[in-house]
Structure formats: C-alpha cells, structure tokens
Unconditional design. Sequence first.
Length: 81
Amino acid sequence: MAALRRSVRRHLASGLLVSGLLVGGVGGWAAATTLAGAVIAGGTAVVESNVKKVQHPTGGVVGEIGVREGQKVRAGEVVMR
C-alpha cells in the first residue's frame, strides 16, 4: 500500500512539474514575442433603407477611413483606403 502511494505521488509530482514547465514556457514565449500581422474582418455599412456589405475580395489593411458616421455618400465614392 505504501509503494502504491509513493507511485501515485511521483506520477502526480511529475505531471505537475511537466504542466508547470509547459505553462511557464508558453507564457514566457508569449511575453517575449511580438506578433506582426493584420486583423482581417468583414464590415457592414448601415444605410437608411437596408444594409450594404463592404468587403474586398482579397483583403487588406484599412489605412484611412474617409467618411464619418451618419455622413451621406454617393455611389462610387471612396469611403476607405
């Protein structure tokens, strides 16, 4: 019975040690690493009569938004770059 308790304790201690090292390693990596990338998201523009989807077929980064909330726009007008 005592040997079984020691075995269980060893396995539990080993598991906790491995888990702690894994969490510490991933946490250290996450704290030290900088990620450079773009956030890709769809968008919708709400108009008086219905909703128009605004999207680009290949995606990209929005650098400038040329309209404000509530501003009226015409067909073909550039609203973002």
